[in-house]
Design a protein around this ligand. Structure first.
Ligand code: NI
Length: 142
């Protein structure tokens, strides 16, 4: 099995808070991400797919095709958008990096046919990132 990886970037806003909690508790739990009037991150989205290289082309999958799928199915829907308000596949889901990563994995796997989705890694800041390999099925993430 050979693993190939494509990196894309997007910018998006979010807010992490639980309505029934006090502002102080939200602030204490979610820190800067609890900011009342939203805030943004410059995300890096790193997608790895796996497969057997094609005998003729030598490709597991054409990386420009993988890029087009990521652009069309994810980036177009999230770039310069608000995860709490604008993104259909995040509706009702707390937009932590964990939940965004799992949701992107679950979206992307629908559109990959020849190569199999191996992992999605989402870098939120230079210091924080989340990776998901699809081990568990989440019917509803909160
Ligand atoms: Ni944040």
């Amino acid at each position: 099995m050979v693993y190939i990886t494509r990196k894309e970037n997007f910018c998006a806003a979010h807010k992490l808070s639980i309505d029934k909690w006090t502002d102080a508790k939200n602030q204490q739990t979610f820190g800067k991400c609890a900011n009342k009037n939203w805030h943004g991150h410059n995300y890096e989205l790193i997608v790895t797919v796996k497969g057997i290289p094609d005998k003729e082309t030598g490709f597991v999958m054409d990386l420009s095709q993988l890029s087009r799928i990521i652009q069309r199915q994810i980036i177009r829907k999230v770039d310069h958008k608000n995860f709490n308000l604008d993104v259909g596949f995040m509706k009702g889901i707390m937009p932590t990096t964990e939940n965004i990563t799992v949701s992107i994995f679950n979206e992307l796997k629908k559109y990959l046919k020849k190569a199999k989705l191996h992992s999605v890694r989402l870098v939120e800041t230079g210091k924080n990132s989340v990776e998901y390999f699809g081990e568990q099925k989440f019917s509803k993430i909160q």
